[in-house]
Design a protein around this ligand. Sequence first.
Ligand SMILES: Cc1ncc(C[n+]2csc(CCOP(=O)(O)OP(=O)(O)O)c2C)c(N)n1
Length: 396
Amino acid sequence: MTVESTAARKPRRSAGSKAGTTGTKRTTRTTPKKGADPDLVQLLTPEGERVENPEYDRYVEGITPDELRGLYRDMVLTRRFDAEATSLQRQGELGLWASLLGQEAAQIGSGRALNDDDYVFPTYREHGVAWCRGVDPTNLLGMFRGVNNGGWDPNSNNFHLYTIVIGSQTLHATGYAMGVAKDGADSAVIAYFGDGASSQGDVAESFTFSAVYNAPVVFFCQNNQWAISEPTEKQTRVPLYQRAQGYGFPGVRVDGNDVLACLAVTKWALERARNGEGPTLVEAFTYRMGAHTTSDDPTRYRHDDERAAWEAKDPIARLRTYLLDSDHADEGFFAELEAESEALGRRVREAVRAMPDPDHLAIFENVYADGHALVDEERAQFAAYQASFADAEGGR
Ligand SMILES: Cc1ncc(C[n+]2csc(CCOP(=O)(O)OP(=O)(O)O)c2C)c(N)n1
C-alpha cells in the first residue's frame, strides 16, 4: 500500500462554535410535532417555529440576528438571480439554465458553514453555494451563455468548476481530500451531488475510498426527489443517508428546506472532517420546484399537488416568519432587500446582454499547460474552416 492510512494522523482543529444565544421572543418547541419524521433533523418548522435539537443546537447557538438576516438575504438574492437566469434563457440570451428554485436553504445553509480554505466540488446547480463562495453570478451565466470556458478560476474561491458528468465530482473531491490530509492541512472538502447521482458507480467508489483513507470530505446530497423524470424510489430501496452505514461512516438526513438545520448539520460534518474523523454523508431532503433544466417539462411526469405540498415548506417563507416573530427583522429590512434584489436582477440582465461573443479559436486554449502539436493542428484546421465562410460571404 503506497498511500498511508490517515486514521493515525494528527487530530485536526475543531471548527468551534460561538458563544451566546439567539434570544427569541417566541417560545421554542422542545418536542417534535406529532407526525414529524424522527429521522429528519429540523430546527425550523415549515411554520417558522424554532425546534430544539440537543445534538445540533450548539452549532447555531451563537448565531446573531444579523447573521440570520444574512442567511435570509443570501436566499432571496440567490432566488432572484436564478429567476432572472430562467427568464434570460427564455428570451434566448442563455443556451440553458438549471434552476435551483426550492433548494436555496440546502445550498446557503451548507455554503455558509464552510471556511474560506475549505474546497467545494459542485454539480451544475449549486448557484447558492457559488454565491456563498463569492463567485459572481455573471460568471455562472457566462458559462450557460457559452461565452467562457467554464466560468471562473476555481482556486480564486476554492469553488471548483461546475461538473455535468453526474457524480464524477465526488471522486475529485475524495482525491482532493486525501491530498489535504496528506498535507496535514486542517481544511475540509465538500462534494455536492443529487439523488440521481447516488446511483452512479463514481459515488460508490468515492464512499469506499474516502472511508478507507479517512478523507476529510463531506458528501452533501441534495435529494430533490427527482433525477430529471426519475423519482427517488427508482434510485434506492433505503433512505439515502442510510447508505453511509454500509461504508463505515455516519449519514444524516436534514430538512433541506431549513437553512438553520442545514447550517448546523454541515458544520457538524465539517468539524468531524477537521478533527480527523473522516467522511460524512448529509442527505438534504428537499424538492426541485422547477424543471430539471429549461429543456425539461416536468408536467409530463409529476403532479401539481406534489409541488403544492412542497410549496408549503418553502425555505424562504419559513425564515421570514421566524425573523418577524422573533423581532429579528422589520418591514424596512424586507423592503430594502426587495430593492437590492431588483437591482441584482437588472445588473445580471445587463451584464449578460453585454457579454461579447468569444473568439472561436479560444476554445483551443488551456487544453494543455504547455501546448500540444495535435491541438495546434486542430486549431489550424478550424481557422481554415472559418476562413472558408469569409470567402463565401465575400463572393455573394
Ligand atoms: C454520467 C452521466 N450520465 C447521465 C447524464 C445525464 N443527466 C444529466 S442530469 C441527470 C439527472 C441528475 O439527477 P440528480 O443527480 O438527482 O441531480 P439534479 O439534477 O436533480 O440536481 C442526468 C441523468 C450525465 N450528465 N452524466
